[in-house]
Write a protein that binds this ligand. Structure first.
Ligand SMILES: Cc1cc2nc3c(=O)[nH]c(=O)nc-3n(C[C@H](O)[C@H](O)[C@H](O)COP(=O)(O)O)c2cc1C
Length: 211
C-alpha cells in the first residue's frame, strides 16, 4: 500500500498555514484508493534532543560508549517509520530564520550514516524517494528582499534529506503570512493571500502527482 509520512512542526494548531498545506497535500495523496497516510505531529508529540552522540551512526560504525537501549529503540521506531514511507511531506514554519527545534530533533534521530544515508561504500535505502518540504515564512524572502537567502532552514533539509539521504526533494514555499501593521498592510495581506493560494495549488498538484 503506497504510504505517505506527513510530519508537522508548527507550534500553532488549528490556524497553522503549514499544517493546512500538508493537509491538502495528504488529501491529494490519499485520493488514490489504497493509499495510506501516517501522521506525526512533532510539536504535540515531540522527539527529544538526540540523547547520545553515537546514535548518529549505524551500529557497525560506532566508536564510543553504547547508547541506552531505550533511546536506540525510540530512534529505530522513527527510522522504520521513515523507511516504510513511499513519500515524505514535512510542514514547518521558519522560526528565527531556522528550523523549529522539534523538526531538528527528528532530523538528528533519522539521519544516520550507514543506515539512512550512504556511508563507507553503502548506498542510501531512501535514494530517489520523494520528500516534499512545505515551508511557511512570515516575511518576504523573494529576490531583492532584505531577507533574500535568509531562510536557513530549507537548505539544511535539502542537504540532509537530498544530498546525504538521497531523497528527491521538492520545496513549496509560502511567505508573507504575517501582514504586520504598516501603512501597506492591506497590500501585504493581499500578497499573503496570493502566496497561500499558489502554495495550495502547488501542494495539490504535487500530492496528486506522487500518489
Ligand atoms: C518563534 C517564532 C519565530 C519566527 N521567526 C520567523 C523568521 O525568522 N522569519 C519569518 O519570516 N517568520 C518567522 N516567524 C513567523 C512564522 O514563520 C510564520 O508566521 C509562519 O507562517 C507560521 O507558520 P504556521 O502558521 O504553520 O505556524 C516566526 C514565528 C515564531 C512563532
Amino acid at each position: 500500500m503506497p504510504t505517505l509520512l506527513r510530519l508537522d512542526a508548527s507550534a500553532a494548531a488549528a490556524d497553522s498555514t503549514s499544517r493546512s498545506l500538508t493537509a491538502a497535500f495528504a488529501a491529494a495523496f490519499a485520493a488514490s484508493p489504497g493509499n495510506a497516510v501516517v501522521n506525526r505531529d512533532l510539536h504535540a508529540d515531540p522527539v527529544p534532543h538526540l540523547p547520545h552522540p553515537q546514535l548518529h551512526w549505524a551500529a557497525p560504525l560506532r566508536n564510543g560508549s553504547a547508547p541506552d537501549p531505550a533511546n536506540e529503540a525510540r530512534q529505530e521506531a522513527l527510522i522504520v517509520e521513515l523507511l516504510a514511507a513511499d513519500v515524505l511531506v514535512i510542514g514547518y514554519p521558519l522560526y528565527n530564520y531556522s528550523l523549529p527545534s522539534s523538526l531538528k530533533a527528528w532530523i538528528d534521530h533519522v539521519h544516520v550514516p550507514g543506515r539512512t544515508a550512504a556511508a563507507a561504500g553503502s548506498g542510501s535505502p531512501l535514494a530517489g524517494r520523494p520528500a516534499v518540504l512545505v515551508v511557511t515564512r512570515g516575511g518576504d524572502y523573494g529576490p531583492g528582499a532584505l531577507n533574500e537567502g535568509r531562510d536557513l532552514a530549507t537548505p539544511v533539509l535539502e542537504l540532509v534529506l537530498g544530498e546525504e539521504m538521497g531523497m528527491d526533494v521538492s520545496v513549496v514555499a509560502c511567505q508573507w503570512t504575517l501582514a504586520g501593521n504598516g501603512s501597506d498592510r492591506e497590500a501585504r495581506l493581499r500578497r499573503g493571500e496570493r502566496e497561500r493560494a499558489a502554495a495550495l495549488e502547488a501542494v495539490r498538484v504535487l500530492g496528486s502527482r506522487l500518489n
